[in-house]
Design a protein around this ligand. Sequence first.
Ligand code: SIN
Ligand code: FE
Length: 295
Amino acid sequence: MNAEDVLETLDITSWTGPFDADTQLRAANALEDGRVLFLPRLPFEIRPDEQEFLTGGSGDDSRKNISLDPATGRCHGTSYQGDQLARLAAMIDRFGQGAEALLRGLVPGYAPHLQRARTSFRPAEIRGRDYSERHDDRLMHVDAFPTRPLRGRRILRVFSNVAPGGEAREWRVGEPFPDFARAFMPRLSAQLPGKAWAMNLVGLTKAPRSEYDHYMLGLHDAGKHDRAWQANSPQARVDFPSGTSWACYTDSVLHAALAGRFALEQTFHLPVEAMTWPERTPLRILEGIAGRPLI
Ligand code: SIN
Ligand code: FE
């Protein structure tokens, strides 16, 4: 596999459009087909009074992730305060708004369904850091989160590399999701009766885990723990240069982030009903393998 197999490149230069019908169709088809929409001519502009957030060495750059909750406007994971914090939050929020405008313009069918979740700023260098295997996103995985059951909703993410020194963000992108799911799902044990309810009761999850969430977490963990699969499964190396943006469904695009620093990321959740091709969603694919509904 090489980069051309997993990328759909759009030459757009505007976050707000308007985009022509051909561009819109290519965008929706590539995203739902499990490819990465690569936007090499769409930089996210950092303003002069934000440049300070792109310098190494300021205590905060060792953090993996500074996140902004759009519901509250609050930043998490930073020790900045006062005016600096306000400017950092404004930068992150501006990226989130740009990402939302981009998706509304590129896939108008998503607009009524787009749920904007957290926005993150990722200043820290990925290469050379210490992570536990389960938390190591340098290993190939699909995104699935233990505390946030999605009950079939999709995870669509928009990224920009804003590294001031020009460093690329290096990813590997793996095999098609159906191949991965067919190989790994039969190895997973079933969800224990009552467990999802009990975990939610004691506050370990924000909603009861559906069987879908159980299997997605199982796929995330089993893939990361399988060294032979990590080493030998089909994968393409993809470099996202500084000054470029990209978007993909990270619940179905197998990905690993190997190196890079200073990225922005916006997560959206979308219901399966918002898809142009619902049969391509992880929910429908896992249900097809299981032979029954999973939510
Ligand atoms: C990930 O979702 O695994 C990390 C992506 C990135 O930060 O580039
Ligand atoms: Fe991930």
